[in-house]
Design a protein around this ligand. Structure first.
Ligand SMILES: Cc1cc2nc3c(=O)[nH]c(=O)nc-3n(C[C@H](O)[C@H](O)[C@H](O)COP(=O)(O)OP(=O)(O)OC[C@H]3O[C@@H](n4cnc5c(N)ncnc54)[C@H](O)[C@@H]3O)c2cc1C
Length: 344
């Protein structure tokens, strides 16, 4: 039997950041992942503290952003790979009212550092009757590169097992699972939580999201663009465009209906020809109250869950890992908004 401090089930952004926290805190662990979910791999990669529909800050955004940057930079140093890229977002305005709302929002002290009041009049080949507002301190995280690099690192250390975690083989009385004994187990399965018999009573709602990748020569856009969708430059004339939201999905495969929906919106703003080169889909783990699901099992005191990041996993995951770790090891209270105790 191999003894570890922690077992982590799932290696999306949730499990990944918890593993990073355990490395920082000198705890032993093993990760299980079976590639059954992929929200973190298909994510747009945008980190952005501002809600661009209403021009207000997302929950705890400033704090999450500061901590996330520190952790991603620390991961870059650990893995020797660059995956965090600062990039502004240009928000395309649909009306004069929206422009006015932008100026009102930028007057608020907590938003002023994010919303640039020098509007951009036009962007070549992007149709617009109105200007564009620049959001600062935003950026793009190459989640695929991050996850692959970290997985590779953990495999070399011998603490990553690429297989499905079988809940039937978990012995909560003996704290054992197959060849392992453990002190604590943290479940990070994203939408796969519905198959977890210990936490599947939590109100997690899957929300399917899809992106297409286009090749568009001549656009030469370096910044991210927000219109009714996001357009994210990937380099080499490639741009990710999306995403869709769908709670009534039947499967996790890319769909023709989502592709059509995206291209109709894209055709309204992009004034250059393009070619669709790729399409991908994933299931966001969301909740009705738009808050994460983090905390301890009501009866089995060393079983924990770290889930429900919705559409903001990139900013939330580093702080969630810190909060959960401090809760487990130092009995520090979780923020009540994300604590699963709110459903008791
Ligand atoms: C289309 C789309 C676009 C998005 N864009 C953004 C964005 O731009 N910015 C942003 O911040 N967020 C974005 N998100 C949201 C973000 O991707 C999620 O909040 C986040 O990735 C969720 O991470 P997770 O680790 O909880 O889940 P996941 O990434 O789904 O990871 C769960 C992991 O658990 C594993 N697993 C599940 N069950 C088992 C089992 N029984 N045994 C072993 N392993 C198991 C799966 O294989 C998977 O690797 C987007 C999501 C989608 C779908």
């Amino acid at each position: 039997m191999k003894k570890v401090d922690y077992i982590i089930v799932g290696f999306g952004l949730s499990g990944l950041h918890f593993a990073k926290k355990l490395i920082d805190e000198n705890k032993s662990f093993v990760v299980f992942d079976d590639n059954s979910e992929n929200a973190s791999l298909v994510a747009g990669g945008i980190f952005n503290p501002v809600i661009l529909k209403r021009f207000n800050l997302a929950w705890n955004a400033d704090l999450l952003l500061t901590h996330a940057k520190e952790v991603y930079e620390s991961l870059e140093r650990l893995l020797g790979v660059k995956f965090l890229h600062s990039k502004p977002i240009y928000r395309r305005f649909n009306s004069v009212e929206e422009q006015n709302d932008w100026f009102s929002a930028s007057d608020q002290s907590q938003l002023s550092k994010f919303l640039n009041t020098d509007l951009k009049k036009s962007i070549p080949y992007i149709q617009s009757e109105f200007s564009f507002g620049e959001v600062n301190k935003t950026g793009y995280l190459d989640t695929v590169l991050l996850i692959k690099s970290f997985k590779n690192y953990l495999q070399q250390q011998g603490n990553f097992i690429e297989e499905a975690f079988n809940y039937n083989e978990l012995n909560s009385a003996k704290n054992s699972y197959k060849d392992f004994t453990f002190n604590k187990i943290v479940f990070c399965e994203g939408n796969g939580l519905s198959l977890n018999p210990f936490f599947n009573d939590l109100p997690l709602v899957g929300n399917k999201g899809e992106y297409v990748t286009i090749k568009c020569e001549g656009l030469n856009l370096e910044e991210m663009l927000k219109f009714s969708l996001f357009l994210i430059p990937l380099g080499n004339d490639l741009y990710k465009v999306g995403a869709t939201y769908n709670r009534q999905f039947k499967d996790r495969e890319p769909s023709t209906s989502a592709k059509k929906q995206i291209l109709i919106k894209l055709d309204k703003v992009l004034e250059l020809p393009y070619e669709v080169v790729h399409q991908e889909a994933g299931i966001r783990p969301t909740t009705k109250d738009r808050r994460a699901l983090i905390g301890r099992h009501s009866e089995i005191k060393n079983f924990y869950v770290n889930n429900g990041y919705g559409s903001r996993g990139i900013l939330l995951a580093p702080s969630a890992a810190k909060w959960l770790f401090n809760f487990i090891e130092y009995q520090q209270e979780l923020p009540k908004e994300i604590d699963i105790a709110r459903f008791n």
